[in-house]
Design a protein around this ligand. Sequence first.
Ligand SMILES: C[S@@+](CC[C@H](N)C(=O)[O-])C[C@H]1O[C@@H](n2cnc3c(N)ncnc32)[C@H](O)[C@@H]1O
Length: 221
Amino acid sequence: MAEDEATGRLAAASPAVGDPTGWFERLYTEAERGEAVVPWDRDAPHGLLVEWTTERCLTGAGRRAVVVGCGYGRDAEHIAGLGFETAAFDISPTAVAAARDRHPGSTVDYRVADVLDPPPAWRRSFDLVVESMTVQALPAEIRAAAIGAVGELVAPGGTLLVIAAGRADEEPTPVAPPWPLTRVEIDAFAGAGLVPVLVEGIQDQSGVRRWRAEFHRGPIR
Ligand SMILES: C[S@@+](CC[C@H](N)C(=O)[O-])C[C@H]1O[C@@H](n2cnc3c(N)ncnc32)[C@H](O)[C@@H]1O
């Protein structure tokens, strides 16, 4: 089974039914039945996240974090392991159930939620927000709203970390997801009162480009 076969097929069908994110649940349920592969399914947390937390000797005792579009929970478990009281959410109920199953005894509060309509109590309430590869999976018509909604999760004094595939402004948008982010889209995370403190464009040995960007809401706590 090709890793991206189901992603392309299901994502292509979603706009036709006016449901730009419904394909995620369909992909995860097919994967549960062994009929599809989830391309981003990895045991290890994202390398750019681990490097970022390690370089800063980041510890989370007494602080709250949230992981956006957590999938099977690999990044959420890393953040919880640093001591953060960690929430993690995904729009797919099947992904959330699988995350709970994969991490028995986890301290992470896994929830089903839509980044475009998060629980009101989450507004500006997290000291650390991790957004890794969710926005790049969202089509243009909801992307700006998603970028704004991610920023609204950051508490005063809090930090947002964004990890995403990258492309040059003049490059055409791919037909199927992921749709790598341009620099303009990365800069848009600074809306809603966030200040960019670090925007890195990183190219790996195979030529894949990624962004790692950090934003703060006021002085860091
Ligand atoms: C490319 S995957 C990345 C998953 C995870 N961040 C990782 O690195 O393993 C994007 C994830 O975002 C979730 N997602 C898509 N739209 C969402 C939304 N509106 N709100 C919350 N999660 C969403 C998908 O179900 C999927 O798990």
